[in-house]
Design a protein around this ligand. Structure first.
Ligand code: FPP
Length: 246
C-alpha cells in the first residue's frame, strides 16, 4: 500500500507543482524477461496510469511525460510502429478515465510527423479532455527540446520582422511564452528511471532549477509508491535558486 507514503507527502511540505519524467528502461525490462522490446513499452503503460493517479492523489498540477523523442524516429520501424499503436491504444482505453478525473491532455512536439491515425487520436484526446482542471498531462511525443527552443526563436523573429515585437523587448518571459510549455510553471522535479544520468534533450530551458531524481527502477516497474518516494526526497531538498539558505 502506498497510502502511508501519501499521508507523509501531504504533511511533509509543499508538493511539486510540476513533475517531469523521463520514462526509461522499457527495453531493458523486456530484455530481462526475454521478451520483444515493444512488450516493454506496453508494460510501461501501466506505470503511466500509476503516476497519473499518484499526481491526482498528491495534488500535483502538471505532469510532463517524455514518451517519444525526435531522436526515437531513428529506431527500427517495427518498434516505432509499436509505439504509435500503443499511443492509440492508450488514448482509446484511457480517454474516459482521464476525462472523468479532470485530466487535461496536451501533446508537446511535432505532431505533424505522426502517422495520420495517431495524429487523429492525439487531436481527439486534446479536444475531449480540454475542460479538465485537476491535472495537466503533457505527453511529449516527437519532442526535442532544442527543436522547441529553435521554434521559439523563429516565432520571436517572425513577430519582430512583422513589426509586432520590438527586439529590445525580447526577454526570458517573451522567450518562455513561445515554448510549448508557455501555460505552465517550470518543472520543480525531474524524475528519470533506469539509472541513466542524462537529460536527453528534454525540457532544457524549463529544467533550469528543477531538482533531479534518478532511480534505478525500470519504467515498467515504477509505481505510485515510487512517485511518492521521489516527492518525499524532493521535499527534503533545500532549493536555493542561486541564493543562500534562509
Ligand atoms: C524509453 O525506454 C521509453 C520509450 C522510448 C517510450 C516510452 C513509452 C511508454 C512508457 C509507453 C506508454 C506511454 C504512453 C503515453 C502511451 P527505452 O526503450 O529507451 O529503454 P532501454 O533504454 O532500456 O532500451
Amino acid at each position: 500500500m502506498s497510502d502511508d507514503l501519501l499521508q507523509r507527502v501531504k504533511v511533509h511540505g509543499a508538493v511539486p507543482a510540476h513533475i517531469a519524467i523521463i520514462m526509461d528502461g522499457n527495453g531493458r525490462w523486456a530484455k530481462g524477461r526475454a521478451l520483444p522490446r515493444p512488450l516493454g513499452h506496453h508494460a510501461g503503460m501501466r506505470a503511466v496510469r500509476e503516476v497519473i493517479q499518484g499526481c491526482l492523489d498528491a495534488g500535483v498540477g502538471v505532469l510532463s511525460l517524455f514518451a517519444f523523442s525526435q531522436e526515437n524516429w531513428q529506431r527500427p520501424a517495427v518498434e516505432i510502429g509499436a509505439l504509435m499503436s500503443l499511443l492509440e491504444e492508450y488514448i482509446g482505453r484511457e480517454l474516459d478515465n482521464l476525462r472523468s478525473n479532470g485530466v487535461v491532455v496536451r501533446i508537446l512536439g511535432d505532431i505533424e510527423r505522426l502517422a495520420p491515425s495517431a495524429r487523429q487520436a492525439v487531436y481527439r484526446v486534446m479536444e475531449e479532455t480540454a475542460a479538465g482542471d485537476r491535472l495537466a498531462l503533457n505527453l511529449c511525443i516527437s519532442y526535442s527540446s532544442r527543436a522547441e527552443i529553435a521554434r521559439a526563436a523563429r516565432l520571436l523573429a517572425e513577430d519582430a520582422a512583422a513589426g509586432r515585437l520590438d527586439p529590445r523587448a525580447i526577454d526570458e518571459d517573451a522567450f518562455a511564452g513561445r515554448l510549448y510549455t508557455a501555460p505552465w510553471p517550470d518543472p520543480d522535479l525531474l524524475i528519470r528511471t533506469s539509472g541513466e544520468m542524462r537529460i536527453s534533450n528534454f525540457l532544457l530551458w524549463q529544467l533550469a532549477y528543477a531538482e533531479l531524481y534518478v532511480t534505478p527502477v525500470l519504467w515498467p516497474d515504477f509505481t505510485r509508491r515510487h512517485l511518492f518516494e521521489a516527492i518525499l526526497e524532493f521535499q527534503r531538498r533545500d532549493r536555493r535558486f542561486g541564493r543562500v539558505s534562509v
